[in-house]
Design a protein around this ligand. Structure first.
Ligand code: SF4
Length: 366
């Protein structure tokens, strides 16, 4: 599986004149931007040392915000159409205000205030309104939106969702022969590939007719981002397969069930938003989240769950204590790691992962 390198790919797109918007985590109407021919380059965990961002931020801010600001302060040339800050959490909302009003950048800064809470008349009406407002804002910068282009973008988004759902299902049922590292590299490529390139890449992934031999143990992961490549590689070496996820960057952005092909774009985008899986960043009901995790664990036959918590992530920490307590009461093995998005695996975490996987192996052989 050949996946283009993120930075080389985006540089070459920018050099070809492609409009590129830097999008902060996590939920935003990507199809609307595609319809304006704006490519979205998502900014989650840009690599590199934090040199200047700390001067603008409190010490108790999560590393995603720190790294994102460091990236923005470098004024990367690839971002030529502005930045978009969805309202994922207070930290990102504050960062958006800071970048726009205090720091200042030489490209436009947009915000998108996702509704919190669940589906009801007020939240759906509100969501439609913010979609329309965002469209109007973009029309003042670019040109009036071509409705055909928005429909085509929704059709493309729908095809990507359908293929991702099929791949996830194959992962849960042993019909995919990708190791943990390759699987999450594939999932994360959607953060920067053009949608058509991403769909083509997904189309090349083999969904096997015959199930393969299951790994020694099966794990579900929960958190914001997939575990680091070092953790994934270590799990591969131990013979543990990550078969399902409850990650904001991955499956919490894919609808819970298949949707009909889009006919009316704004209706489609509104419906899609409200059938995303429950998420700590949308102030969802914890019971609903537990039910969703349960369903995924059963469908994937995962024996345990790894919470990979980004340090100082308030929304995740808010749900985490009760989730762990309830899962433990149900005799589900749980391991929690805290990550600062470091590019190494500490000896202590290695030992904890080994001990946890021994527990899973014992469950399998019992
Ligand atoms: S890791 Fe948590 S606190 Fe940080 S940006 Fe993401 S949701 Fe917000």
């Amino acid at each position: 599986m050949m996946i283009p390198n993120r930075s080389e790919y985006l540089k070459s797109l920018a050099q070809s004149g492609q409009k590129i918007m830097g999008v902060l985590p996590a939920l935003y109407p990507r199809e609307l931007l595609w319809a304006f021919d704006i490519h979205t380059a998502e900014i989650w965990d840009p690599p590199g040392e934090i040199l200047h961002a700390n001067a603008h931020l409190q010490t108790t801010i999560c590393p995603i915000v720190k790294r994102s600001l460091e990236f923005i302060l470098k004024e990367p040339e690839i971002i030529n159409a502005g930045y978009l800050f969805p309202h994922t959490c207070d930290s990102l909302q504050n960062l958006g205000t800071q970048v726009k009003d205090l720091i200042g950048v030489n490209v436009p800064v947009y915000t998108f205030y996702n509704p919190k809470g669940s589906f009801n008349n007020t939240t759906t009406k509100y969501y439609r309104e913010i979609l329309q407002n965002f469209q109007t804002t973009l029309e003042t910068v670019y040109e009036p939106l071509n409705p055909e282009k928005l429909l085509s973008a929704c059709v493309l988004g729908h095809k990507i969702d359908s293929r991702l759902m099929a791949i996830q299902q194959a992962r849960m049922t042993n019909h995919l022969s990708l190791d943990n590292s390759a699987y999450f590299e594939l999932m994360r490529a959607q953060e920067y590939l053009l949608p058509l390139d991403y769909l083509n890449l997904l189309g090349k992934i083999d969904i096997l007719e015959q199930a393969i031999e299951p790994a020694r143990a099966r794990l579900m992961v929960s958190g914001i981002l997939p575990p680091s490549p070092e953790v994934l590689k270590f799990l591969d070496e131990l013979g543990v397969s990550v078969v399902a996820d409850d990650l904001l960057a991955v499956s919490r952005r894919i609808p819970k069930f298949p949707m009909d092909a889009p006919l009316l774009p704004l209706d489609y985008l509104t419906d899609r938003f409200f059938i995303l899986p429950p998420c700590s960043t949308r102030a969802g009901d914890l019971e609903e989240r537990l039910h969703h995790i349960d369903k995924l664990m059963q469908a994937s036959q995962a024996q345990g769950i790894l919470f990979d918590i980004v340090k100082f992530c308030e929304p995740e920490l808010f749900d985490h204590r009760l989730l762990v307590k309830t899962l433990r009461e149900r005799n589900i093995p749980v391991l929690t790691l805290e990550t600062e998005l470091q590019a190494y695996l500490s000896g202590q975490d290695k030992t904890r992962i080994e001990a946890f996987t021994e527990l899973l192996f014992d469950m399998v052989s019992a």
